[in-house]
Design a binder for this molecule. Sequence first.
Ligand SMILES: Cc1cc2nc3c(=O)[nH]c(=O)nc-3n(C[C@H](O)[C@H](O)[C@H](O)COP(=O)(O)O)c2cc1C
Length: 192
Amino acid sequence: MINVLKDKKILIGITGGIAAYRICSMINKLKKGGSIIKVIMTDAATKFVSPMTFQSLTNHPVHINTFDSNNKSDIEHINLADWCDLFLLAPATYNTINKIANGIADNLLTTVIAAIPSQTPVLIAPAMNCHMWENLIIKENIKRLEKIRINSKLKKYYFVAPRRGQLACGYEGEGVLETSDIIIKEITKILH
Ligand SMILES: Cc1cc2nc3c(=O)[nH]c(=O)nc-3n(C[C@H](O)[C@H](O)[C@H](O)COP(=O)(O)O)c2cc1C
C-alpha cells in the first residue's frame, strides 16, 4: 500500500483547548508515517502546552506571532500558507472556528488560514464543551464553511466532528477531540 503521508508537509494549527496536549502523540504518529510537521499556536494555546514541547517534537520553531519574523524580508504568514500540503486545525476552539467562518484574520493562525491557497486542504477537528458545540452560532458557521467547500469546489474546509465522551469540564456529551488515528485516517483520505 502507498504511504500517502510520506514527505507530506503538514502545518498544524493549535488553539486554546484542553485537548492541545493530545496533538503531541499525533505529531509522533504523523512523523512515523514520514510527514514533515510545523506548528502554529494561538496565544491561548500556549497556556495549555509549552511551544517548546512542539518545537522539540517537530524539530522546527513554533510560530505564534504575526509580526515576529527574524528575517524582515520574509512574510511569514504567506510562506507558511504556501509551504504546506495540508493544514490541520486541531484542537479547533469555538472562538477560532467562528472567526474563520467570518473572515477574521487577527492572529498568525487565522491569517495563515486566510492565505492558504485554494487547492490546499484545511481539515478542522473541533473540541469544546458540549454546550458550546450545541450552540447554533457554531453550527451555522460550520455549515457556512462546508458550503464554501461544496459550492466552490475548494479544498477548504473539511471537518472531523468531535466524539461523545467525558469532557474535561465534567460534562458527558459531544465535544471530545476525535482520536488521532481517525484524524490521521481523514488526512490520508484527503491527501490520497
Ligand atoms: C481551562 C480552559 C479550558 C478551555 N477549553 C476549551 C476547549 O476545549 N474548547 C474551546 O473552544 N475553548 C476552550 N477554552 C476557552 C478558550 O481558551 C478561549 O475561548 C480562547 O479565547 C480561545 O482562543 P483561541 O481560539 O485564539 O485559541 C478553555 C478555556 C480554559 C480556561
